[in-house]
Design a protein around this ligand. Structure first.
Ligand SMILES: Nc1ncnc2c1ncn2[C@@H]1O[C@H](COP(=O)(O)OP(=O)(O)OP(=O)(O)O)[C@@H](O)[C@H]1O
Length: 247
């Protein structure tokens, strides 16, 4: 169960334990007093503290522009916090560069709203590419590919190009690509944002299945009906501040 540290007004409160504390092996994500202000002065996150345990499934909701994508970007090291501390799988992404940041990112699968598939590559090639780029052998790639495609129900589309697939199928390819390296953590930024309700629910069911086999899953979404159907904990980010929500 994720733990949001809040004050009496429901606002996230700074956890004053120091970064010299040993990592908590049970938690995969820890944010302490995290704020993010972009160069143009936009305050995307304000004093956010959150702990996510290994094996949790967490929804992050909130209005457009409230800071959800920024929250995920801090986790995979695309942006750095202006204040506070972000720890992911016992590493501090903000302090990592080059190969060490790449090594952390290999332990994080990422799914985006717009799929980000390579249009001139088949499903097989799109999913294998990430392993190939990480130096896996052909034999290992061939071993990992079928279970990843099976997990998203797309074995029969392995040789199709993205344009030959529906939006829901393309998103399922992007999920296969995100998990083919068996990361312990999966981040999905509005994964159902371009999908109709049926395809959205299919994507959420796959994410739930992945969570059941032990992957920690964090999903940002505007879609309250999906959240209600899913029965997982929810935090809300509003004007950069994070609080827990009950549906
Ligand atoms: N690179 C950037 N430079 C400056 N400001 C930014 C940048 N990225 C985001 N912002 C600002 O930070 C705030 C939070 O943006 P963010 O993308 O995290 O919100 P969001 O909740 O993911 O929104 P949406 O649901 O529309 O994707 C917004 O005010 C946005 O304009």
């Amino acid at each position: 169960m994720p733990q949001v540290l809040t004050d009496s007004s429901g606002n996230a409160q700074r956890d004053r334990r120091s970064s010299s504390q040993p990592p908590n092996q049970d938690s995969i994500i820890q944010l302490k007093g995290v704020s993010k202000t972009y160069r143009n002065g936009s305050q995307a996150l304000i004093d956010v503290s959150l702990e996510v345990k290994r094996g949790d499934f967490l929804f992050v909701t909130g209005p457009s522009g409230s800071g959800k994508s920024t929250f995920l970007k801090l986790l995979y090291g695309e942006e750095c916090a202006s204040e506070g501390e972000v720890r992911v799988d016992n590493d501090f992404p903000a302090t990592l560069r080059g190969d060490r940041l790449s090594l952390l990112r290999r332990r994080i699968g990422i799914v985006f709203q717009d799929y980000k598939l390579i249009s001139r590559r088949t499903v097989t090639e799109n999913v294998s590419f990430v392993l190939w780029a990480q130096g896996y052998t052909r034999k290992e790639i061939n071993r990992r590919l079928p279970p990843a495609l099976k997990m998203v129900g797309l074995q029969h589309k392995a040789e199709c190009f993205p344009e030959e697939l529906s939006g829901g199928e393309q998103q399922r390819v992007s999920i296969a690509r995100a998990i083919v390296g068996t990361p312990p953590l999966l981040l999905a930024d509005e994964p159902t944002g371009n999908l109709d309700p049926d395809n959205s629910w299919q994507v959420i069911k796959i994410l739930k299945k992945l969570n059941q086999i032990g992957i920690t899953v964090i999903v940002t979404t505007h879609d309250e009906s999906l959240i209600r159907l899913s029965n997982h904990p929810v935090v809300q980010i509003k004007n950069g501040r994070l609080s827990s929500v009950n549906y």
